[in-house]
Design a protein around this ligand. Structure first.
Ligand code: ADP
Ligand code: MG
Length: 240
């Protein structure tokens, strides 16, 4: 579903991604973990072309994301992206946040967009928050609205960049539960996370990055008990 081949990316003379290749089959959930500055955010952002790449190729569901001939706005409708900082539109209600793109980009009627939007908000435990503005919602609620907003476009893949890092501890679970539910439903996902217990539980594969490279890829059971590389062992000894 997601194919990354020999991707390189620099900011000026700083080589941030070096020859990164990764294949993610449909319905797989991959945790992208590693130290700060490893290039995790940069990599996940290249998947929906929030960052350009210097060379290599990325396809999502067969569409070449960085090809000049690809209409990226169309390609992006298949790729949901959830940021650490929620990024809701502050002047729109929860429901309006969720319905705006389906109406504007997909041409759904207001009625159809609201029907689907309400279903999504209800399924994320926000059935009583349709008319609430983001400033009136907790961080965990805002992040669940952000997830509903991404899902409203019926994406084929979902990307999460540290979705719980900006949350107070008591709100982490409600957001992880929402992602866990998506995994159960078979969504293909890449999740940058520092929640190791969660990664171990729901992910099919752990991809460990350091210094712009994929250092190790393994099943969670192997990675967390017996990683192959010293780099991963050092990292785990600090975070576990
Ligand atoms: P991670 O998400 O693993 O912490 P990032 O992908 O954010 O890592 O960053 C990787 C490296 O790229 C870091 O050294 C960071 O400073 C650098 N970097 C990220 N974004 C930019 C940018 N827009 N301009 C210049 N350097 C950047
Ligand atoms: Mg990051």
């Amino acid at each position: 579903m997601i194919s990354i081949k020999n991707v390189n990316k620099s900011f000026g003379d700083h080589h941030v991604l070096t020859d990164v290749s990764l294949e993610i089959p449909k319905s797989n959930v991959v945790a992208l973990i590693g130290p700060s500055g490893a290039g995790k955010s940069t990599l996940i952002r290249t998947i929906n072309a929030l960052e350009p790449i210097d060379n290599g190729e990325i396809t999502v569901d067969g569409i070449s994301i960085h090809d000049k001939k690809t209409d990226i706005n169309v390609a992006r409708t298949n790729i949901g992206f959830v940021f650490q900082s929620f990024n809701l539109f502050p002047f729109l209600t929860a429901l309006e946040n969720v319905t705006m793109a389906p109406m504007k980009v997909k041409g759904l009627s207001k009625e159809a967009a609201e029907k689907r939007g309400k279903e999504l908000l209800v399924s994320l435990g926000l059935g009583d928050k349709f008319d609430a503005y983001p400033s009136r919602l907790s961080g965990g609620q805002q992040q669940r609205v952000a997830i509903a907003r991404a899902l409203a476009m019926d994406p084929t893949v979902m990307l999460f960049d540290e979705p719980t890092s900006a949350l107070d501890p008591e709100m982490v679970t409600e957001v992880l539960d929402a992602i866990r539910k998506l995994a159960k439903d078979g969504m293909t996902m890449v999740v940058v996370t520092h929640e190791m217990g969660f990664a171990k539980e729901i992910c099919d594969e752990i991809v460990f990055m350091a210094e712009g490279k994929i250092v190790e890829r393994a099943a969670p059971s192997k990675f967390f008990t017996n990683p192959d590389t010293q780099r991963a062992q050092d990292f785990l000894s600090k975070v576990l």
